[in-house]
Design a protein around this ligand. Structure first.
Ligand code: ZN
Length: 88
């Protein structure tokens, strides 16, 4: 066992992964956070997981307006190379 403060945690490498080079690599100190995370810190951290990313955007090759990819352009009515919908 390696020495250390009483709150140090130890881990062991399983025998099938340990190298035959020596016993010193079999045990190692596992990183332990110094301070307890406050409720608001961990809750705000979890709240970030719900955040949505920006929607995908592509430019219409005809009128250069932003549109959703793989959809008809709402400003000129084109999809690929032909008119699909009537836009006044
Ligand atoms: Zn367009």
């Amino acid at each position: 066992m390696i020495g250390g403060p009483p709150w140090t945690r130890f881990g062991t490498i399983p025998d099938n992964l340990a190298r035959p080079s020596g016993p010193f690599l079999r045990e190692f100190v596992v990183p332990v956070p110094k301070k307890k995370k406050s409720k608001s810190k961990s809750r705000s951290n979890r709240a970030g997981a719900w955040k949505l990313g920006k929607p995908a955007r592509s430019l219409c090759p005809r009128c250069n307006n932003a549109k959703l990819p793989h959809t008809v352009c709402p400003s000129c009515g084109f999809y690929r190379d032909r008119v699909v919908i009537d836009v006044e």
